[in-house]
Design a binder for this molecule. Structure first.
Ligand SMILES: O=C(O)CCC(=O)C(=O)O
Ligand SMILES: [Fe+2]
Length: 363
């Protein structure tokens, strides 16, 4: 039922087939004009050269095996400054991360014709296709994805009619563990930011939250510096837990980067076995802008394929959110930056104004 509610929210925006079907990346040996992105202006030029010599941001690496009092404090600081941290000793066994990575590579290695069997429907969420927000750009990105909300079985059966169970077992187990981790992190972050317990329960209880899993592949690219792995965006989540699979490519935009003021892009180099955690728009809203929603993108800098697996921890579509600090949730006297908004309405506003959605709900 919950799945349906969120599908409905996305389903308001029906896509055209060409906005869903990725390029058959194996079939091209030069970068098609449709995939050439203009060079980014100004401070975004931080990373031009392929290979090394790129700016790497020192986002905190937080050890989750230390007492929660201290890890919670570090998380709050990271959410306030970068909107991102990496988590190690997070309790998800490395074999499980490796198994998800292997299944992701197995999926994207299938022939294009097979992957198209599991294509996302024009107003659906689940299945194979370009990133859903690809429709908002003139140029195509150099990636393909597979989205799982609820059970992956229906779409996995289309990929491997006789052999889909192994994929489903790995994905479902991962989804369950990551959901538990995400809920624990959100609770800890909010508690460490002095949010009253009843508010934390209200917005993060199992019945008020759900997850979407996004498998991404960035195939080797013939002209990587002119292509875009994933265009700049913020996530519509409370938190996103991303396994980067050991190949760099993720960048965030920060006021602290770029040297000459005005900010710039820098890499978040994956630490071994770590999980990258970023603040999404909806945690930014409930924190009354205290936590920074991390603008990020993926650039192509290595000759090999990159895969990543994102777990979006989100409130259900009917949830109405407003800044907790001024909605009776403590922090009296604080000026309320945003009006109340349902998740469903927020998704709609984001499709209308991808870059301006937060100003559309600013008081
Ligand atoms: O591949 C990555 O590192 C990031 C993916 C991402 O930002 C997303 O799926 O929203
Ligand atoms: Fe993202």
């Amino acid at each position: 039922m919950i799945t349906t509610a969120l599908s409905e929210a996305f389903g308001q925006y029906t896509l055209k087939p060409h906005q869903i079907v990725p390029l058959d990346f194996h079939s091209v040996d030069t970068l098609p004009e449709t995939h050439v992105w203009p060079p980014p202006p100004g401070p975004e030029l931080v990373n031009t050269a392929a290979g090394d010599g790129q700016l790497v941001f020192p986002v905190p690496v937080i050890d989750f095996s230390v007492p929660e009092d201290s890890s919670g404090k570090l998380m709050v600081e990271a959410c306030e400054t970068w909107g991102v941290f990496q988590l190690v000793n997070h309790g998800i066994p490395l074999e499980i991360l490796a198994a998800v990575e292997a299944q992701t590579k197995r999926l994207f290695a299938l022939p294009a014709s097979r992957k198209l069997e599991a294509l996302r429907s024009p107003n659906g969420v689940n299945g194979y296709g370009q990133a859903r927000f690809a429709s908002l750009f003139d140029k195509n990105m150099w990636n393909e994805g597979f989205t799982v909300m609820g059970s992956p079985a229906d779409h996995a059966r289309k990929l491997w009619p006789d052999d889909y169970q192994g994929f489903c077992d790995v994905i479902e187990d991962y989804q369950k563990r990551m959901r538990e981790l995400a809920a624990r992190l959100l609770g800890l972050i909010l508690r460490s930011a002095n949010t009253p317990a009843q508010e934390i329960r209200r917005i993060s209880s199992p019945s008020a939250t759900m997850t979407t899993l996004q498998l991404n592949s960035y195939p080797p690219c013939p002209d990587p510096t002119r292509a875009m792995g994933m265009a700049p965006h913020t996530d519509t989540s409370f938190l996103t837990l991303l396994y980067q699979g050991g190949v760099k490519g993720l960048q965030i935009f920060s006021d602290r980067g770029g040297g000459g003021g005005g900010g710039g892009w820098g890499m978040v180099d994956p630490v071994d076995g770590g999980i990258t955690v970023n603040v999404g728009d909806l945690l930014h809203v409930v924190s009354n802008a205290r936590f920074h929603t991390a603008r990020h993108r993926v650039v192509l800098r290595e000759a090999r394929q990159r895969v990543s697996v994102g777990l979006f921890f989100v409130p259900t579509a009917d949830c109405v959110l407003s800044p907790l600090a001024c909605g009776g949730g403590g922090g009296e006297g604080e000026v309320c930056r945003y009006r109340a908004v349902s998740v469903k309405e927020y998704i709609g506003l984001k499709y209308k104004g991808f870059e301006t959605v937060l100003s559309a709900i600013t008081k």
